[in-house]
Design a protein around this ligand. Sequence first.
Ligand SMILES: NC(=O)c1ccc[n+]([C@@H]2O[C@H](COP(=O)([O-])OP(=O)(O)OC[C@H]3O[C@@H](n4cnc5c(N)ncnc54)[C@H](O)[C@@H]3O)[C@@H](O)[C@H]2O)c1
Ligand SMILES: O=C(O)[C@H](O)COP(=O)(O)O
Length: 534
Amino acid sequence: MFRVLVTDEVDQEGVVLLTAEPALQVDELPTLPKDELLRRIGEYDAIVGRSATRISAELLKAGGKLKVVGRAGVGVDNIELDVATSLGIAIINAPAGNTVAVAELFFGTVIGLLRQLHTAAAAMGDGRWDRAKFMGRELKGKTLGIVGLGRIGSEVAARAHAFGMTVVAYDPYIADERFAALRVRRAPSLDALLAETNVLTLHVPLTDETRGMIGKRELARLPARSVVVNLARGGVIEEAALQAALETDQLRGAVLDVFTVEPLAPDSPLRNIPNLVLTPHLGANTVEAQRNVSRDVCVAVRDALLHNDLSRSINVSGATGEWSELQSAMLLTRRAAAVARAVLADQGMRAVRRVALRVSPDLAHGTGAMLAAAAAGVLEGVIETDRLNLINARSLAEARGLELSVAETTELGSGRALEVSLSGGMQQLAVAGVAPEGGTPRLTRIGSFHVDVNPRQTLLVLTNHDVPGVIGRVGTLLGERGVNIAEYHQARLAQGGDALAAVSVDGTVSEETRKALLELSDVRSASIVHFRNE
Ligand SMILES: NC(=O)c1ccc[n+]([C@@H]2O[C@H](COP(=O)([O-])OP(=O)(O)OC[C@H]3O[C@@H](n4cnc5c(N)ncnc54)[C@H](O)[C@@H]3O)[C@@H](O)[C@H]2O)c1
Ligand SMILES: O=C(O)[C@H](O)COP(=O)(O)O
C-alpha cells in the first residue's frame, strides 16, 4: 500500500484515478503550512501539488518514504531538483496541459491593457460613461517579441499571426527549422529582439540564465511606449526596473501574472501603477488546463508507484519510447553490471573506475536509462543507501569518481543485445546479454566465456580447470546444502583449459557455501550474485 498526499487543490479529474487504485491510499489536504507539511511528509510515498507548495531540500530529506513528487503544472522552480535526484526521488510534472490557457491569457491581458478594459470596466462600475478617455491601440501591425519559443511561446506565435502581428523570437535552444515551421523570425540576440519589439512577452523557465534577464538596461532598449508581458515566472523581470519604466512612461504598459514573491504583498508598490495589469498567477487557471494537468500528472505518479514506470520523471534521463519496452533491457543491464562487479571483486578488484555500456542499435533509444541501470548494478551492495535507483544511480556513481560511458555498436549483433564492461587498474571484465522485448533476459557472455542463463534470484559464477567431475562435485555440494539449481551452463575456451560455470539457483547462497565451493578440487574461483528485486 502506497500513501499519496494530494494538495494545492489539484483537480479531481486526476485525483479519482489515484483513489480508484486499491493499492493507493490518498489523502487530499489543502495547501499546508510549511511546518505542518514537514511534520507529515514522512508518512507519504508520493506528494502531488502545484506551485503553492514548496518542495524544499528540508522537505525532501524529511520524506523518508518519498518516492515521487508530482507537479500538476509546468514550472518546477518550486522543487529542489538536485536534492530530489540525489535522494532518488522522481519528479514528474505535467508540461503540456496548460499551454493553451497561458497563450490565451496573453491575448486576454494584452488586449485588456491596450484597450484599458480594466479601468473602463471599473469606471462603468462607478457610474461613469467615459468614451473619449479610453482610446485604445491595436495589435495589428505591431511586432511581437517572444523570449522562449517553447510550448507556450509557440502557441502565442501561432495566434499572433491571426492578429496580423509580425512575430520575432529569441530562443537560442530552438532549431531554425522550428522557427521556420512557426513562421517566426529568429532574433540573433536578446538585444536585437528588444530593439524591434513593440510587445515583449516572456515564456522561459526561471533558471540561473533567465533570472533577471529583463532589467533596466534591457527595458531601455525597447522602442519607446512598448508593452511588456510576463506570464512566465517572477524574477525573470526585475520588478523595480519595470516599475520605474512604467512610472516614467517609458513603457506604455505591462502585464504581470507572476511575481518574485507570491502571493504579492498587499502593500506592494506594484499594486498602484495604473498602466500595469496584475493577475494573481492565473496562467493555468482554466477548467480545461486544470483537468489536463491533473490527469497527466496523476496517471504518471500512479504508474511510477505501481509499475515502476519512470518514463515521465524529469530527473531520470535518456529514455524515449515505451518505458515498458525497455524494462527487460534495464533489468539485464543492472544485473550484468552486478555480475561483473561481483566477479571482479572476488578477483581482488573492488575499486571500479570505469563503466562502459555498449548496446545494439535497437536499444539506442534507451541508453540514458540503461546507463543509470548499469551504475545501479555496480553500486548495489557497495554503498549504504536505502534508495538506490535509476534516478540517483548516475549521480551517486559520478560522485564516487566512476566514469560512465555508453556507445551504440553493431558488433553485438541485433536482437536487443548489450554489454557492460567494468574496469579499474589493469583489470577489466565485460558481461553481455540479450533482452528480448517482453521476454526473459539472458546473460550470453561473461568475459570470454559464452553462456546462456537467466539472471534471476542468485547466480553463481565458478571458474575451474576443464577436467571431468567438477560439475558433479559442485552439484553434489549444492544439493547437500539444500541449494536448488535452476540452470547450469558450463563453458570453456579450449579442452583441458579454463572453464566457467554460470549457475542460476533458487533463494540465497551463504558465504560458507561459497568457501566450501572454493575448497572443491579444480574450482579456482566462486562468486555469488544475489540480484535485487527491481
Ligand atoms: N503563469 C502561469 O500560470 C504559467 C503556466 C504555465 C507555465 N508557466 C511558465 O512558463 C514557462 C514556459 O512554459 P513552456 O511550457 O512554454 O516551457 P517550454 O520548456 O516548452 O519552453 C521554454 C522555452 O524557453 C527557452 N529558453 C530557456 N532558457 C532560455 C534563455 N536563456 N533565453 C531564451 N530562451 C530560453 C527554451 O529553449 C524553451 O524553448 C514555464 O517554465 C513556467 O515557468 C507559467
Ligand atoms: O508552471 C505552471 O504550470 C504554472 O505556473 C501554473 O502553476 P500553478 O498550477 O501552481 O498555478
